[in-house]
Design a protein around this ligand. Sequence first.
Ligand code: 2AM
Ligand code: CA
Ligand code: CA
Ligand code: CA
Length: 266
Amino acid sequence: MHPMLNIGIRAARNAGNIIIKAYENLDKVETQSKGANDYVTNVDKAAERAIIDTIQKSYPEHGIIAEESGITDGQNNDYQWVIDPLDGTTNFIKGIPHFAVSVALRVKGKTEHGVVYDPLRNELFTASRGQGAQLNGYRLRVNKLHDLDSAIIATGLPFKQKHLSENYFGMLNAIFSECGDIRRAGSAALDLVYVAAGRHDGYFELGLKPWDLAAGELIAREAGALVTDVAGGYNFFKTGNIVVANSHVLKVMLSKLRPHLTDSMK
Ligand code: 2AM
Ligand code: CA
Ligand code: CA
Ligand code: CA
């Protein structure tokens, strides 16, 4: 295993331990509002601190992009760690046992390593570019469906960007009318790696941030998924609009989404 992946794993596990301990005593968690439907807790911050400390102990020169503390430049910004300390904070606060830690390392703009860790289930999803994706050491593969019939498609609602919702619900309706069923579980990182694991047959969402998708996107691709933006291009890191599935399902999904695209989505 690459030493940098190893550090990413150690960082994610350290954060996971903090999150689990706090989850046993949810009454004590302090929640602050960052905006409409947008919360941060002392646990998000403590988990992020643990991840950054773990990385900086081994790689003090690397840059960092983290949800709660923003961008920290390093001496060598060719290396950038992209961190979501707690993906699914709303679930966490509500006691819904579905959230994860997401840690990725990008080198010169290319994601090289990704870790998504679900601490409650002790599921560790990992990938290094060109090396495949693993769940607790077992190789992951996307499933082989050829169309949307009976497919389970995950998604997230644009709860923060309600201006997107008209187009979003057009998209959702177009997908839902052709697929088996929809899941909206509230953790983008887990949605991505569940496609890698063949639990979901596809996933789409609008308006994600780099830390939501960096690690899971690599893990999905290394498991054989294709990842595009909603127009079928590769601007998802910038736009945050993402579609993930095997090549057959992706093609059908993109054709269903296409009539609902606006210029700002490309
Ligand atoms: P977060 O918990 O790290 O903020 C995509 O749905 C992403 O939006 C989630 O992974 C989650 O990341 C974020 N999110 C923030 N508030 C949310 C909410 N009320 N419902 C669902 N997702 C939310
Ligand atoms: Ca958040
Ligand atoms: Ca997130
Ligand atoms: Ca988060």
